[in-house]
Design a protein around this ligand. Structure first.
Ligand SMILES: C[S@@+](CC[C@H](N)C(=O)[O-])C[C@H]1O[C@@H](n2cnc3c(N)ncnc32)[C@H](O)[C@@H]1O
Length: 268
């Protein structure tokens, strides 16, 4: 079957170039044309997806700017390095907003707030009596998010719990309609177990899990650091656990760094 996706076509072009180079063929105009096509296919993808997606609100655009410009400085011992690239951002948050509206969710849980972009996006899409509970371990990120929520008309629908998410989850009693898992990758399996075992998922609840492609390392792309290799192994193990659980149905969307949508089977 010939590839039909932009990424698949780009991979085929680069593969043909590599085959030629392995066979000792020269870098001629045909090779350069294939590389240029592959580059155009890949480089244009994210900007085109963003440009074709509904624009973010003014308050989300402002939070995106604040996040991009924030200087986190030295991280305290034991805390992870925070960086602007952690933000979920426009396209992924637009998808979360659509999921809120499609599912009719009223109670949403986010694990991993960072500066609050997705929480604020979800709050925008929730009905007036909806609530998003968001968990953040790092006080520096929580402070930026709290400030953004305080300045927003949608902020009164957001409850920010500061501290390790696992401890917060253990205190919840009421189930959620939609959960966005976007914190430490090592915790993903424990979060899912807890959600399932403690009855924190309402009937038909949807769980969206971020970074399930882990920059390609999850499916075998060579890692650029030992940290990346470890994160790739953790996410690959999580993906296997989800795929081998007959009580779940799931789809992995290649949105941003991969977003898995999963649900307990109705008869599971
Ligand atoms: C990728 S960012 C989240 C991005 C956010 N969802 C957004 O929409 O912009 C991951 C966040 O999870 C937080 N985090 C890491 N481990 C955590 C834990 N055990 N409990 C709660 N938050 C944690 C990090 O401090 C970081 O702010």
């Amino acid at each position: 079957m010939r590839p039909v996706t932009p990424v698949g076509i780009a991979a085929q072009e680069v593969g043909l170039v590599l085959d030629g180079l392995d066979a000792g063929l020269p870098v001629d105009d045909d090779v350069l044309a294939r590389l240029r096509r592959a580059h155009a296919l890949l480089a244009g993808l994210d900007p085109y997806v963003a440009a074709s997606t509904s624009p973010e609100s003014a308050q989300l655009a402002e939070l995106a700017r604040t996040t991009a410009g924030h200087r986190w400085g030295e991280h305290p011992p034991g805390a992870a390095q925070l960086e602007p690239e952690m933000v979920s951002g426009h396209v992924e948050a637009a998808l979360m907003q659509l999921l809120v509206r499609l599912s009719g969710a009223r109670r949403v849980l986010e694990i991993g707030t960072f500066t609050g972009y997705a929480a604020l996006a979800v709050a925008e899409a929730l009905p007036a009596d909806g609530v998003v509970v968001t968990c953040e371990a790092d006080p520096r990120a929580a402070a930026v998010a709290r400030d953004a929520f305080a300045r927003s008309d949608d902020g009164d629908r957001i409850e920010l719990l500061e501290g390790p998410a696992l401890a917060s989850l253990e205190q919840f009693g009421e189930p959620f309609d939609l959960v966005f898992v976007d914190a430490d990758k090592e915790g993903y399996s424990a979060y899912l177990d807890l959600l399932l075992e403690r009855g924190l998922l309402a009937d038909g609840a949807l769980v969206a899990v971020d970074n399930t492609l882990m920059q390609g390392v999850a499916y075998g792309a060579p890692p650029r650091s030992e940290r990346e290799a470890e994160q790739g192994r953790v996410i690959a193990a999580f993906n296997e656990r989800v795929a081998s659980d007959p009580s779940l149905v799931q789809v992995v969307l290649p949105v941003r760094d991969g977003l898995t949508l999963l649900q307990r089977r109705a008869d599971g």
